[in-house]
Write a protein that binds this ligand. Structure first.
Ligand SMILES: Nc1ncnc2c1ncn2[C@@H]1O[C@H](COP(=O)(O)OP(=O)(O)OP(=O)(O)O)[C@@H](O)[C@H]1O
Length: 414
């Protein structure tokens, strides 16, 4: 059964061209009618959320996610089109609206829970649970003005989850609190899911969206780019940032980042006359597009473009991988991989194929080397000049993304 139906939804905002801030501007401007620009925040959005489904909404900043959620929640009116919600909506959007800074935590819980539709007895019965969930048992009688913003959101979220939603709308709630609190929120959401509650969930945390949602909607500049299977849609998002990115690492090498980077201790400046040169390095994603954003454990191809003025016999290409802070993570070359190259001359490229990028979230830097191995003449050395990022879309933690599986046996192997 359908829980939410969004049809041909449009939202435009009228933005005034000039602001009248001084008395002079107000007086002189009184004779000129104000002019407006129409901004299309959402254009022709269409989707259905089935009962019990969890829909994730993702997209860049300003793509229209919150506007869409507010329209579904009835906080904003659409400019055209319609939203039909066939169940009771509980929005967790602006958590803590109605909080009073001069009142204590328990007094605020009473007010907020009442706003969220709970009865007095129910609130009193659940008071301890709410404070415990928020980790604020010892702050029951502390005035809210002495709480950090994180504590306030924890209090609001803990109160809000005590309501009995049929459709839950959530905007970035998981962005607040520490890892432990975020995990507690996810546990609650999982409980809701088990109970068959429909959830619409806006988040920048692609890992949480992938873990949690049945379906994902991708917005870009107010347009619906894709809706469907989380992995496919998240891939579209991660690998769509193609044109805007460059693999050239422009950040100056400084302090901590500066490491003695290869076994020969070379720097690019030491190679004065270049008879052969690395002219560029590009990273290719699983769709064979040049990209600098990758999912952990996805395939990657590193393409090293060279130009050789003369014929170079027996060349060796090598790479070294570093964390953003300059920690050496890995190095290999064509000699170590037993890939002899007879000679190179003119323009060309060589590919390093990585089946599954074994890294988690972060930016990584690459050094590329070209040497003539016969007498080990360094030809070119590009020191941490190329970079790519692993976008946090995975499930696991840490620096490494190991490709591994678990296997349980009921008996100990002999
Ligand atoms: N009341 C408003 N008046 C004018 N423009 C608005 C208004 N509300 C939102 N916008 C604009 O609409 C666009 C979409 O905003 P929205 O907050 O929905 O994006 P978002 O995807 O949720 O962004 P973020 O990830 O940063 O929260 C933005 O360009 C924003 O500036």
């Amino acid at each position: 059964m359908t829980a939410i139906k969004v049809e041909h939804l449009h939202k435009t905002f009228r933005i005034p061209h000039q602001k009248r801030t001084t008395i002079f501007e107000t007086l002189t401007g009184a004779f000129k009618p104000p002019t407006y620009e129409t901004f299309h925040a959402l254009t022709d959005i269409n989707f259905i959320v089935e009962e019990g489904e969890a829909l994730g909404i993702i997209g860049e900043n300003g793509s229209g996610k919150s506007t869409l959620l507010k329209i579904i929640a009835n906080i904003l009116r659409p400019s055209a089109g319609s939203v039909t919600a066939l169940k009771k909506l509980t929005p967790f959007l602006e958590l803590g609206v109605g909080f009073q800074s001069d009142l204590t935590a328990s007094e605020n819980i009473k007010i907020y829970a009442t706003i969220m539709g709970m009865q007095k007895k129910e609130i009193n019965d659940k008071m301890d649970d709410i404070l415990k969930f928020a980790g604020l048992e010892n702050f029951r009688d502390t005035k809210l003005k002495n709480f950090s913003s994180g504590m306030q959101v924890r209090l609001a979220f803990s109160t809000a989850i005590q309501t009995d939603p049929e459709i839950l709308l959530m905007d970035e709630v998981l962005a607040v609190g520490d890892m432990e609190f975020q995990q507690k929120c996810l546990d609650v959401l999982n409980e809701y899911r088990k109970k068959g509650i429909t959830i619409v969930f806006v988040s920048h945390d692609l890992g949480a969206v992938r873990r949690f949602c049945d379906k994902v909607l991708l917005l870009n500049k107010g347009k619906q780019v894709a809706i469907g299977d989380p992995t496919e849609v998240i891939d579209k998002y991660v690998y769509a940032k193609v044109e805007t990115s460059s693999s050239k690492n422009d950040e100056p090498e400084s302090g901590e980042n500066k490491v003695q980077n290869d076994q020969h201790g070379l720097t690019s400046h030491q190679i004065t006359e270049k008879i052969a040169e690395i002219v560029d390095v590009k990273f290719y994603d699983k769709f064979d597009h040049a990209n600098t954003n990758f999912n952990s454990l996805d395939p990657m191809k590193v393409r090293i473009f060279y130009n050789s003025k003369e014929s170079i016999e027996d060349p060796v290409f090598g790479i070294a991988l570093y964390s953003e802070r300059g920690k050496h993570l890995f190095g290999t070359n064509t000699f170590l991989k037993n890939y002899p190259i007879n000679s190179i001359s003119g323009n060309g490229y060589i590919d390093l194929l990585i089946e599954k990028v074994p890294l988690q979230t972060g930016k990584f830097l690459m050094t590329v080397d070209l040497v003539q191995s016969k007498n080990y003449v360094p030809l070119d050395h590009k020191d941490k000049q190329y970079s790519f990022s692993i976008i946090p879309t995975g499930y696991e933690e840490g620096v490494l993304g190991l490709s591994c599986t678990w296997e349980l046996s009921s008996e100990r192997a002999a």
